[in-house]
Design a binder for this molecule. Structure first.
Ligand SMILES: [Zn+2]
Length: 338
């Protein structure tokens, strides 16, 4: 089959690879309904993460089960499934505590920018829908696998609740999903920090009540103005740079919580600032598996349309253009037709 391989930074190709096979009895093989490119795929693409030889890319997926290993019990061929980008057994102490992304058997999904993929730990990772959903819901269901699940976790970790004042740092796909999540959780005020007109518009569509275009100290001052000098109850950090973390911490009120889901690169913390600032933090790779049943239900009932975050659709053969468009910020998120 033709699949996506990153050879070295900037060199991404759609090329012939072996079809995936069942390796462990707990594996499943799925035929993808669609795939997509994640903001985190840009780290190795930009050379900011080591690339040791050709890498199979893609960790967001949904599709039809075509084959299962002998020990798989909860999904069967013919079912439509969505899974998390973190593979988990969903039975260990960390999974049962709701942190499937720290499963003792954790693996990260790979090879999903392809027509077929192997999903390890299928029973603990995949959730099947009652029926095969209509094609028009595929982008929304695909979004649940990572980008929505991660934005949702940012809001959950930041303890967004009914009536909260929320700041979302980052107007990438995850930040926009964080806005949607905060609205669903009942936030009263959702301030999106964004400088790009098309992203501001989408943020408003997803539920942002205010847009702040300033960054750094000016951005923090603007947030303080908007919150009568108090700061936000919840801050969603959806970037992962030193500047974005500093901004997130400074926007949070004492006793407020920062949910951080941008993979930190070059970020350090000053202990005394945290101590005297009284900031609470929780982040990491999202335990999407915890949220999957609820999020699938919201999508299938038409309550949320997270698939609107895909503003570019390409056939898999043009995956290189999909990466370029996201790298150059011409696209928020690329859906790949497989
Ligand atoms: Zn586990």
């Amino acid at each position: 089959m033709l699949a996506t391989i990153l050879h070295k930074p900037g060199d991404i190709r759609c090329e012939e690879v072996a079809d995936p096979k069942i390796i462990h009895p707990t594996d499943a093989i799925i035929k993808l309904s669609a795939s997509c490119i994640c903001g985190s795929d840009l780290w190795p693409y930009r050379g900011l993460q080591t690339v040791d030889g050709p890498m199979h890319m893609g960790h967001e997926y949904c599709g039809i089960v075509v084959e299962v290993g002998s020990e798989v019990r909860t999904v069967r061929p013919g079912q439509f499934v969505v899974g998390s980008f973190c593979l988990s057994d969903n039975t260990c102490p960390h999974c049962r505590f709701g942190f499937q992304s720290s499963c003792v058997q954790r693996e990260f999904m790979t090879g999903a920018q392809a027509p077929y993929a192997r999903v390890a730990l299928a029973d603990g990772t995949l959730v099947a829908t009652a029926e095969v959903p209509p094609d028009e819901l595929v982008p929304d269901l695909l979004a649940v696998s990572d980008v929505l699940g991660t934005g949702w976790y940012a809001a959950d970790a930041a303890e967004v609740r009914e009536g909260s004042t929320v700041v979302v740092v980052g107007d990438g796909a995850v930040g926009l999903m964080g806005v949607l999540a905060a609205r669903e959780m009942g936030a009263e005020r959702i301030i999106a920090m964004s400088r790009h007109a098309s992203r501001q518009k989408l943020a408003r569509d997803f539920g942002a009540t205010d847009i702040v275009v300033e960054r750094g100290e000016e951005g923090v001052a603007r947030i303080k103005d908007l919150t009568k000098g108090v700061g936000a109850d919840s801050v969603l950090e959806c970037v992962g740079t030193r500047e974005s973390f500093d901004q997130a911490l400074a926007c949070s009120r004492p006793g407020g919580t920062i949910g951080y889901v941008g993979v930190p690169h070059g970020v350090t913390f000053d202990g005394q600032n945290l101590f005297f600032g009284q900031k609470r933090m929780l982040g990491g790779p999202a335990p999407v598996r915890r949220f999957l049943p609820d999020l699938l239900d919201r999508v299938l009932k038409g309550k949320i349309k997270p698939g609107k975050v895909f503003d570019l659709q390409l056939p898999l053969a043009e995956v290189a253009e999909g990466y370029r468009a996201m790298d150059e910020r011409r696209a928020i998120k690329t859906l790949l037709r497989v």
